[in-house]
Design a protein around this ligand. Structure first.
Ligand code: ATP
Ligand code: MG
Ligand code: MG
Length: 428
């Protein structure tokens, strides 16, 4: 993909926007972009630099994402909104073409990584509640204040926030940014690769230190030590607005990543904010159990869509006939009685029972958690609670600190306990 129209190849210490941003280390990548940790020489802060592929459709997608992020960042106190903050954007011309670049606030690991670190066993419920609360604050902001549907909510697209912000305080976080490449490191040869290795090692240490990442960033291997979140206030932010749309200005019929896709999307029955609420419920379940809620597969005589609908009904009961027959694709899946055409025998397995039997929840935890989740998984989209209503749910009450209060706590304390700003603590 590092060719014309594709990714821009970046090396440590490369400069962007006339020297304002200096590349430190690659943080991640997606289908559209590579994302680098960069040092902002103007503000002496670390930022995340998302460098889009250069072909026309990627430029278009980036312009859209910038458009959404700009309206979200406009005039708001983004620290309290649980949505990533767009700091700046610019164009960068390289050998593969012209790339749109987004400068984003630098965030930590994704929830997917957090679930992996926990070896897919699920997080403690009080941590799940803290994370849920953050995501809901973000969704409430998107939905109610901006009329925006994220439409690709999943664990990968929710990133943890550092307890102290190294970006705002690089000196205290003990990091020296890499500002330039050492002499002679441009040319090939043995010396170069040594310098290169050294630079990379240094950058890796820096990232580990400021983000709490200690395993290879691109790799998926779980670290040997198990990680837990004892004593850590977990905060997170919603990212990746490449697929977001306005409720009154939609672009695609087929939205969302498969496992997090709402039934009305499968049925092509139209959608609104409530598709994000469905995905949110899938994330909450995954955080609590370590397993995806729905993992549909096609099989002999049925499609992935049909399996998905069957799995939903096995967990949530039969889909009301009115809903089942409401979409442009309903006839492909359901007969006129509202029964699946090609998957006849369903094994009903309600959520609270699943939590007790398979995931060894106590009766009480299972009851409370499924009381929280079940309304969000209503087949009728308009019956699902809004993010605002969800925030009022008893299951989320009594969490000691809300994100706002957390920011007022002394962050020095967290440095003292040797955590620097780790979001994820390595257990004994
Ligand atoms: P996708 O194929 O998922 O649409 P994309 O090209 O739009 O990908 P993103 O999902 O925005 O890119 O980012 C890719 C990865 O880079 C993320 O999964 C994450 O690991 C990392 N990343 C993105 N934004 C940030 C940030 N603000 N701070 C730290 N890391 C980030
Ligand atoms: Mg993504
Ligand atoms: Mg994207």
């Amino acid at each position: 993909s590092y060719r014309k129209g594709g990714y821009h190849a970046v090396r440590v210490a490369d400069q962007f926007a006339g020297g304002r941003y200096i590349a430190q280390r690659k943080l991640g990548w997606g289908q559209f972009s590579t994302v680098w940790l960069a040092y902002d020489t103007t503000t002496s802060a670390y930022v995340a630099l998302k460098i889009q592929k250069s072909a026309a459709q990627f430029v278009q997608a980036a312009l859209h994402e910038i458009d959404v992020l700009t309206s979200l960042s406009d005039g708001a106190d983004m620290d309290s909104k649980c949505v990533v903050h767009l700091i700046d954007h610019f164009k960068h011309t390289g050998p593969n073409g012209q790339h749109l670049c987004m400068v984003l606030e630098f965030l930590g690991d994704s929830l997917l990584r957090l679930i992996k670190y926990n070896r897919y066993k699920g997080l403690p419920l009080n941590k799940v509640r803290e994370i849920c609360k953050c995501i809901l604050i973000g969704l409430d902001y998107l939905h109610r204040e901006h009329g925006i549907i994220h439409s690709d909510l999943k664990p990968e697209n929710v990133l943890l926030v550092s307890t102290i912000d190294p970006g705002k305080d690089p000196v205290r976080s003990g990091l020296t940014p890499i500002l330039e490449r050492p002499e002679g490191s441009i040319n090939g040869g043995g010396v170069t690769s040594l310098i290169e290795k050294k630079l990379k090692r240094r950058a890796r240490r820096a990232v580990a230190k400021i983000s709490g990442r200690s395993s290879p960033i691109g790799g998926i291997e779980a670290p040997k030590s198990e990680r837990n979140l004892d004593g850590i206030d977990v905060r997170c932010k919603v990212v990746d607005f490449g697929n977001a749309c306005w409720a009154d200005k939609q672009f695609a019929e087929e939205i969302q990543t498969r496992q997090y896709r709402a039934p009305e999307v499968i049925l092509h029955a139209g959608y609104s904010f409530s598709v994000d609420m469905w995905s949110f419920a899938c994330i909450a379940f995954e955080l609590a159990t370590g397993d995806m809620l729905f993992t549909p597969k096609d099989g002999q005589g049925f499609s992935e869509d049909e399996d998905h609908l069957a799995l939903m009904m096995e967990l949530l009961g039969k889909m009301p006939r009115k809903v089942a027959t409401s979409g442009a694709k309903s006839k492909d899946f359901f007969d006129r009685h509202g029964d699946l055409r090609r998957i006849r025998r369903l094994k009903f397995w309600p959520l609270s029972k699943l939590l007790v039997v398979r995931y060894k929840f106590s009766e009480r935890d299972a009851h409370e958690f499924s009381e929280f989740l079940s309304p969000l998984l209503d087949f009728a989209p308009e019956k699902r609670p809004t993010a605002q209503q969800c925030l009022q749910h008893p299951w989320l009450q009594g969490i000691e600190s809300t994100p706002n209060e957390m920011r007022n706590e002394s962050s020095v304390e967290k440095v003292d306990v040797g955590m620097s700003n780790l979001q994820i603590k390595v257990g004994k």
